[in-house]
Design a protein around this ligand. Structure first.
Ligand code: NAG
Ligand code: NAG
Length: 209
């Protein structure tokens, strides 16, 4: 029963997200293309090329157990190439987080369709704008600014995020800073700490071997 309510909400969200996408198209961010659409070579262009069915698996799937992102960008859905739009469906179990990140090529418009969600972004003057969203609320993350989402509630939260680019370009700060081969000394100096301290978050993010 709970799962049915959940999937109805998801279905509703997917319908509404189409609306959000239309709004995004009015301020599209990718370069204009000189064709009606762009198709990869050796792809049959018929109505199926313009249809994305992978989100069907979310309908009726029940609440998530870990933070999960289901993407429809030009990688998963090649017909989006050149059309300046993409969406993610975000599922947050209670207590889960989408760590601070930016999308370098697109504004994000988040529509919360189940649960409540703490969201925030930091502008270029280092000012934090944070809000606790209720089901039905939308929040905008201006292009390129660092932002996060956190489900501080006791129930799952689901959001649909629409982007003004077919390839919004995710940069996750924990991953970028502590899961690459940036020299430990550079990080220690940057964070005004020592190398041992820097190695702590690095160990947490390293792939499990
Ligand atoms: C397209 O298909 C043709 C014929 O099978 C093949 O020769 C060609 O390499 C393919 N091109 C690409 C880009 O896959
Ligand atoms: C850290 O980087 C590795 C290699 O790119 C990747 O497999 C792993 O998922 C990353 N860890 C996190 C927490 O993103």
């Amino acid at each position: 029963m709970a799962s049915k309510t959940f999937s109805m909400k998801l279905l509703f969200s997917l319908l509404i997200s189409s609306f959000a996408i239309m709004i995004r198209m009015a301020t599209a961010g990718d370069p204009d293309i000189l064709f009606d659409f762009i198709a990869p070579p050796n792809v049959t262009v018929d109505e199926n090329f313009f249809t994305f069915t992978c989100m069907r698996s979310l309908i009726g799937a029940g609440p998530p157990t870990t933070f999960k992102v289901s993407k429809a960008s030009m990688t998963e859905f090649p017909a989006l190439n050149g059309q300046s739009i993409s969406i993610d469906v975000l599922e947050f179990p209670a207590g889960s987080i989408s760590p601070p990140h930016t999308r370098v090529r697109a504004t994000g418009l988040l529509f919360l369709i189940a649960g409540s969600l703490q969201v925030g972004f930091i502008d270029t003057t280092n000012k934090l704008f944070t809000q606790t969203l209720q089901t039905g609320d939308m929040f905008i993350f201006p292009k390129g600014l660092v932002h996060f989402q956190y489900n501080a509630g006791m129930t799952p939260a689901i959001a649909v995020a629409a982007f003004g680019s077919a390839n919004a370009g995710l940069v996750s700060l924990p991953n970028t800073l502590f899961n690459t081969s940036i020299d430990d000394n550079v990080l220690a100096l940057s964070f005004k700490t020592d190398i041992a301290t820097i190695q702590h978050p690095k160990a947490g993010l390293a792939p499990n071997l």
